[in-house]
Design a protein around this ligand. Structure first.
Ligand code: NAD
Length: 467
């Protein structure tokens, strides 16, 4: 019997928001349920010749839009409940940021550090083969991406395996987050953290909202703590620091560190590369354990590791005024209520970490169009700007230097267009859910769910799902 804890949490948040929508209970139940659930086991031959059984899952939560989309996670926490919950979150997240995909998620129950690179490659390729056999992967059906414990390398293996067994002309679009040379896109690696930054920046620019929680507008000078210095946590920290925020604390697997005057991210990253951990870093004080720093004094707390990190046990002691949910499901529903009552602003995962899937969408578009963004227009734009600048020079005394010309007449290449599309998505979506929040006097998580339910529900209504 499966204990549906995380999936229940997601559904509880859904139910709360559904009360503000016009859909009947039958349609809402259909929207909540997972359309397809695949649990597979396969043998891995380990490097020493022994055989081990590997468990993997792929869940396609909603087919209201195709393909379905969602990361693949390698972690010992992976099970059916977690994969269903994360797949459901993907459906709502895509709807919130207007990315036209259904939600899906996959995972393999392993600790990647227990396996050699060759073993991880065998696991990834075999998993892909099984997904293909069961029709759970393809550019028009279901498209995985990186998540906890996976990255571009694994996505490259997935593509290569898919290519060997499929002659689909759009094969490159079967997975996103790939290395650039295999059809990846500039900006995907950092996309989730970059999106977290844009989301927090937008929230912090709202004077009325900042007044309510006793903070000044803007990012500069705000103290933040990050839990999990992996892909999402590192990039969130990088962009926040570059914008003038001060990283005062970090939690990792081996412990946590704190320095109210700020911690140098570059030096810490070098230290971690050398020692394998963050504990003992001389630019900060080492705290008791991994969780202590979550309770430290700061303006912004960014959980960027795994689910259920802010829970009924520690929520009372969390002091941050803004919780930026970079991870999926980091705050339990009990903790959410406790933190909200204290007056803090919780920027929910189903909006805040959507930067990854947004840029995955751009990557998929690039793959099925077979052309890089900016390839057709960049030079044309640059020549047009130069012509305008030369007219300005002709009618005034102003002469532009080569450096100025280069800056002012820059056309949009792939990196610039991806960044601009991502920012536009995060800014617009924030304001959309913030409006809903004010209209219904709810929290941002409920507002994001209301937004998602309305968009998905409308499609279900017109799909004739009860033929
Ligand atoms: P990652 O594997 O790159 O990094 C996770 C980091 O968290 C690792 O450094 C790990 O050591 C650390 N960690 C694990 N447990 C911890 C604990 N208890 N305390 C402190 N640190 C801990 O994973 P990621 O891709 O950065 O994903 C992190 C979260 O963001 C997950 O919830 C994932 O679902 C979510 N997410 C990721 C993406 C993406 O594009 N990668 C997109 C959306 C959401």
């Amino acid at each position: 019997m499966i204990d549906y804890k995380f999936f229940d949490q997601v559904n509880r948040a859904f139910d709360k928001a559904a009360a503000y929508t016009r859909f009947d209970s039958g349609l809402l139940s259909q929207m909540k349920s997972c359309n397809d659930i695949l649990h597979i086991t396969f043998p891995l031959e380990r490097d020493d010749g022994s055989i081990e059984v590997i468990h993997g899952w792929r869940v396609e939560h909603s087919h209201h839009k195709l393909p379905t989309k969602g990361g693949i996670r390698y972690s010992l926490t992976v099970n059916e409940d977690e994969t269903m919950a994360l797949a459901a979150l993907m459906t709502y997240k895509c709807a919130v940021v207007n990315v036209p995909f259904g939600g899906a998620k996959g995972g393999i129950r392993i600790n990647k550090n227990d396996y050699s690179d060759q073993e991880l490659e065998r696991i990834t390729r075999r998993f892909t083969f099984q997904l293909y056999k069961k029709n759970f992967i393809g550019p028009g059906s279901d498209v995985p991406a990186p998540d906890y414990g996976t990255g571009a390398r694994e996505m490259g293996w997935i593509l290569d395996t898919f290519r060997q067994i499929s002659s689909d002309i759009n094969a490159e679009g079967c997975v996103t987050g790939k290395p650039l040379g295999q059809g990846g896109i500039r900006g995907r690696t950092e996309a989730t953290g970059r999106g977290v930054f844009f989301g927090i920046e937008e929230a912090c620019s709202n004077k009325e909202d900042m007044n309510k929680i006793g903070l000044e507008t803007g990012i500069e000078g705000k103290a933040f703590v990050v839990q999990g210095l992996g892909n999402v946590g590192y990039h969130s920290a990088k962009y926040l620091t570059e914008a003038g925020a001060i990283m005062v604390g970090i939690a990792e697997m081996d412990g946590s560190i704190y320095n109210e005057n700020g911690i140098d991210l570059k030096k810490l990253t070098d230290y971690r590369r050398e020692t394998g951990g963050i504990v003992g870093f001389e630019g900060a004080q080492t705290l008791e354990d991994s969780n202590t720093v979550l309770e430290a004094k700061c303006d912004i707390l960014i959980p960027a590791a795994l689910e259920n990190q802010l829970n009924a046990e520690n929520a009372q002691r969390i002091k941050a005024k803004i919780i930026g949910e970079a991870a999926n499901g980091p705050t339990t529903s009990e903790a959410h209520e406790i933190i909200k009552k204290r007056g803090a602003l919780i920027i929910p995962d189903n909006y805040l970490n959507a930067g990854g899937v947004t840029v995955s969408y751009f990557e998929w578009l690039k793959n099925i169009q077979h052309v890089r963004f900016g390839r057709m227009g960049k030079r044309f734009e640059e020549d047009s700007y130069k012509r305008i600048l030369s007219v300005i020079e002709a009618v005034s005394d102003r002469k532009f230097s080569d450096k100025e010309l280069k800056y002012l007449a820059k056309g949009g290449g792939e990196a610039e267009l991806v960044d601009s599309g991502l920012k536009d998505t995060m800014v617009n979506s924030y304001n959309e859910i913030n409006e809903i929040r004010k209209k219904h006097e709810v929290d941002l998580r409920t507002a994001a769910f209301i937004s998602a339910i309305n968009k998905v529900g409308e499609i279900y209504e017109h799909m004739g799902i009860f033929p």
